[in-house]
Design a binder for this molecule. Structure first.
Ligand SMILES: CC(C)(COP(=O)(O)OP(=O)(O)OC[C@H]1O[C@@H](n2cnc3c(N)ncnc32)[C@H](O)[C@@H]1OP(=O)(O)O)[C@@H](O)C(=O)NCCC(=O)NCCS
Length: 188
C-alpha cells in the first residue's frame, strides 16, 4: 500500500523520511528505556536509523507487512513512532522529551481507528488489535488502557527479545466492535 497520512487534534502521522527524521530517531532510540523495553538495536547507531528510514519502513509499507508512522507536531518535528504489524499488533515509542503530554494516546487512537476502518489490510479486514510489553512497563500499559484495550493476561512475547528468548509479557487487545472506554482488570 502507498503510505497513508493520519491527522489528530494536535498531531500529524506520516512515514519517516529524510535526514532530520534519521537524526531524531537516532537521538531518541539511545534512551536506556529502549534497551530495557524495546527490541530496537542496542547500542543504537545512526546507521541503524538510516536503515530503518531508508529501507525497513518503505519496504514494509510496500509489502504490507508493517506500517510505521512518525508522530509529528503540527510543525512537522518527529516526536515518536507508532507501528502496526499487519499480522496483528501495535508497537510505539515517544521521545523522552515529549512524554506525558498525552501524545501517545492520541496517536494510538488515530491508528486504531484507521486500522479498523480499512476494509482490506494485507488481504483482510482487521477484527482485533494486539499489544504486548514486558511486565513493569507501566507507561506502555497506561497508553493501551487509555486507548480502550482489554488486559488479556500474561504470556510469552510474540516478538523475541534481542537474545532470541521469549520472556513473559503483559498482553492487551482491542476488538473492532469494542467501545473505547477504559476497561477494568489492568495490573496498574
Ligand atoms: C510508553 C510511552 C510511549 C508513553 O508515552 P507518553 O507520551 O508519555 O504517553 P502519554 O502522555 O500519552 O501518557 C499515557 C499514559 O501513560 C502514563 N505515563 C506516562 N509516563 C509514565 C511513567 N513513566 N510511568 C507510569 N505511567 C506513565 C500517563 O500518566 C498516561 O496515563 P493515564 O492516561 O492513565 O493518565 C513512553 O513512555 C515510551 O516511549 N516509553 C519507552 C518505549 C516503550 O516502552 N514503548 C512501549 C513498548 S510496548
Amino acid at each position: 500500500m502507498e503510505p497513508v497520512e493520519l491527522r489528530s487534534e494536535r498531531l500529524l502521522l506520516s512515514m519517516p523520511a529524510g535526514d532530520s527524521d534519521v537524526d531524531a530517531i537516532a537521538h531518541y532510540c539511545r534512551d536506556p528505556l529502549f534497551e530495557r523495553y524495546l527490541t530496537t538495536p542496542w547500542p543504537y547507531t545512526r546507521d541503524a536509523a538510516v536503515a530503518f528510514v531508508d529501507r525497513f519502513v518503505p519496504q514494509r509499507w510496500a509489502d504490507d507487512s508493517e506500517y510505521n508512522w512518525a508522530i509529528r507536531s503540527e510543525q512537522g518535528a518527529l516526536l515518536g513512532m507508532v507501528g502496526w504489524r499487519t499480522r496483528g499488533d501495535l508497537g510505539f515509542w515517544m521521545g523522552a522529551e515529549h512524554r506525558g503530554n498525552g501524545y501517545m494516546v492520541e496517536a494510538l487512537a488515530a491508528v486504531v481507528e484507521w486500522v479498523f476502518a480499512e476494509p482490506m489490510i494485507d488481504g483482510h479486514a482487521v477484527e482485533r488489535i494486539d499489544w504486548e510489553t514486558l511486565p513493569g512497563n507501566y507507561a506502555s500499559a497506561r497508553v493501551a488502557r487509555a486507548a480502550g484495550f482489554h488486559f488479556a493476561g500474561i504470556a510469552p512475547v510474540r516478538i523475541p527479545a534481542r537474545d532470541g528468548s521469549h520472556p513473559d509479557s503483559w498482553r492487551g487487545m482491542l476488538l473492532r466492535d469494542d467501545d473505547r472506554r477504559i476497561k477494568d482488570g489492568w495490573p496498574l
